[in-house]
Design a binder for this molecule. Sequence first.
Ligand SMILES: NC(=O)C1=CN([C@@H]2O[C@H](COP(=O)(O)OP(=O)(O)OC[C@H]3O[C@@H](n4cnc5c(N)ncnc54)[C@H](OP(=O)(O)O)[C@@H]3O)[C@@H](O)[C@H]2O)C=CC1
Ligand SMILES: [Mg+2]
Length: 315
Amino acid sequence: MRYLLELKEDDGLCRQAQNSGTFYLFHNLFPFLQKVGSKHLAPQISASELKRILKKFKQNKQKLEDSVLIGCSDECMAYFALDLGSLEKMDIESELKGSFIELRKAFFQLDGKDAPLLSLAQALLRWHDTHKYCSKTGQPTQKNLAGSKRVCHTNGIIYYPQMSPVVITLVSDGSRCLLARQASFPQGMYSALAGFCDVGETLEETVRREVAEEVGLEVESMWYSASQHWPFPNSSLMIACHATVWPQQNEIRVNKLELEAATWFSLEEVVEALRREPRPLKQEDGRFSLWLPPKWAIAHQLIQEWVKQQSTMPA
Ligand SMILES: NC(=O)C1=CN([C@@H]2O[C@H](COP(=O)(O)OP(=O)(O)OC[C@H]3O[C@@H](n4cnc5c(N)ncnc54)[C@H](OP(=O)(O)O)[C@@H]3O)[C@@H](O)[C@H]2O)C=CC1
Ligand SMILES: [Mg+2]
């Protein structure tokens, strides 16, 4: 932790780390991935291999300094992300034997270790790409080497990467839990309800408002579970909560502008869905089986907690 802070504050140290670290590559924000069976793996490219590639594609090794710091190993090996959008995509793909794939498309097939790093990397690269100018003076801003901030040197304003707070809530009526899907979700996938916090709201107010807006239910009680960074649509901090509604007032009124469907699911249905692989599965009747976000997604954690809680409740 302390080493990461030093890298953020000391450009010279960060430059040294770039020359011995490893890199996750992107092309116009699409991560470089290799497919292994049904999974997508994100290879880490060593600094020496990256320099060889940059030389081959007639790029200056200064290009390494466009990268952003995304973490480090227990042995202080720094991880960076670099976007090679200025190079020909297919040439790099054939050189490195993999593909640049849209993160949304590959996200649920990623390894639990790669997903948080790629999420952070994409969010940070996107933030730098959209904050190249000072919004007060219109002058170019400059990133520090680690990419943890940008500075406008004409007026000294420092810009830090931002996240939008989002609540994700698993609603229960005591014996069932409410899962919903947006039209943009992969076929058959359901998740907990989610919504952005409005300016000035507390998390509790957001939970009550989102549940009322999306499914027409009044929250009786709620409690916090955990949080997770989420890269879509830009960079969100997902704050996960459980909520209950009164069993006598559990009639769902789906807001079709926001959701395609929302339904109460029994413990048995949820347990069965948790056993399935997190990907679309077409049944013989042409419909898709219910499946849930993968283990490392916070929605999955909420659902697992609910199942555990149901199993320990007196009959
Ligand atoms: N991990 C999981 O299982 C799930 C994760 N999510 C994530 O949660 C997040 C929020 O869920 P979602 O249901 O879409 O949110 P909302 O229910 O708040 O609805 C989204 C709409 O809110 C408006 N909005 C308000 N503030 C923002 C902001 N800061 N950034 C973008 N849009 C904003 C936009 O409307 P307009 O465009 O009209 O202005 C947008 O279309 C998403 O990032 C989604 O990826 C969602 C469901 C499950
Ligand atoms: Mg929503």
